[in-house]
Design a protein around this ligand. Structure first.
Ligand code: FMN
Length: 315
């Protein structure tokens, strides 16, 4: 297939990608760290590490642990802060040739508004991705993304302040019904939904009788979460009419096709970048052959075309 391009758009905002492969926030640094492993301009887009208004040091060590077919992380949203990113990192990225999507997070609506205002005014940023898996400190500390009302409120706030940028809202799988949250974000003005963020988990050091992460709890990612991510993308894409970006355990071109088949318009590569730093570039290179192997001649023929029985249920 020659035409790998996809468009992430709603009625008002649009982002064109030369292929559907994006690198996921927190697994690709600020982009430049991965330039030695491939040409950044070949990516569909890149998402930078989650940015906050002020720099953050993150959680104490140890903050990553390997698990069967995956990893746990409790990095704690360490980042350089929005100002340092705009001044020292963004100018070095080839943003004219690859869309740079900035992942942002905050612990209050006001901070989300300020961040969206700063980032929305920056011409070399292509879109904003809102991480709503962070605690709402003003409302008792539950994550914004665990409640449809606060998820909608954050979406609306970012949308209002983001100028002409598409706003992608990134959902947590740690909820009872992800479609309820997706619907609320769509109604509040999200351009697209990305899912999933990591699954809450923990790992134990039996001999030491202690948790393996200093933070005790962490987020599970990697191939182990792919079935959960596929299920979420399938459910969400049948619920909303805006595009869905699939994330979770993707490590080869066939995985990309699977996510598009269940309804994704594009995908993000996360933990695979940490296992093999040129993963995203390899996946893009292998996409045309995988499309040929599975008879995919255009994305529209594959997207959401999973054959299911009419009465498909959970099991
Ligand atoms: C070390 C690490 C750091 C992450 N940091 C962020 C982050 O800052 N913001 C965010 O929205 N997601 C973050 N994520 C979640 C990933 O972007 C992705 O949603 C998740 O890992 C599932 O995809 P994967 O299985 O391909 O890794 C992080 C994941 C990992 C492993």
């Amino acid at each position: 297939m020659n035409k790998l391009a996809v468009t992430i758009a709603d009625q008002n905002f649009s982002l064109r990608l030369k292929n559907p492969v994006i690198t996921a926030s927190g697994t690709f640094g600020y982009g430049l760290e991965f330039a030695p492993y491939g040409d950044l301009r070949k990516l569909g887009a890149l998402v930078v590490k989650g940015l906050s208004l002020e720099p953050r040091e993150g959680n104490p060590m140890p903050r990553v642990a390997e698990t069967p077919s995956g990893m746990l992380n409790a990095v704690g949203l360490q980042n350089c802060g929005v100002e340092d990113f705009l001044r020292h990192k963004l100018p070095l990225l080839p943003s004219a040739d690859v869309p740079v999507i900035v992942n942002l997070y905050a612990t209050s609506g006001d901070d989300f508004a300020s961040l969206a205002g700063i980032l929305g005014a920056e011409p070399s940023i292509a879109a904003l991705e809102v991480n709503i898996s962070c605690p709402n400190v003003r409302e008792g500390g539950a994550a914004f993304g665990q409640d449809p009302f606060s998820a909608a409120a954050v979406t609306e706030t970012v949308r209002k302040n983001a100028g002409k940028k598409p706003v992608i809202v990134k959902l947590s799988p740690n909820v009872t019904d992800i479609t309820e949250i997706a619907r609320a974000c769509e109604a509040a003005g999200a351009t697209a939904i990305s899912c999933i963020n990591t699954l809450s988990g923990m790992a134990v050091d039996l001999a030491g009788r202690k948790p393996r992460l200093a933070n005790i709890l962490g987020g599970l990612s990697g191939p182990a979460v792919k079935p959960v991510a596929l299920r979420c993308v399938w459910e969400v894409s049948r619920t909303v009419s805006i595009p869905v970006i699939g994330i979770g355990g993707i490590s080869c071109a066939e995985d990309v096709l699977e996510f598009i088949l269940v309804g994704a318009t594009a995908v993000q590569i996360g933990t695979a970048n940490l296992m093999q730093p040129d993963s995203a570039f390899q996946i893009i290179q292998n996409l045309p052959a995988a499309c040929e192997k599975y008879g995919v001649t255009n994305w529209g023929d594959l997207r959401g075309k999973l054959a299911t029985e009419p009465a498909a249920s959970a099991f």
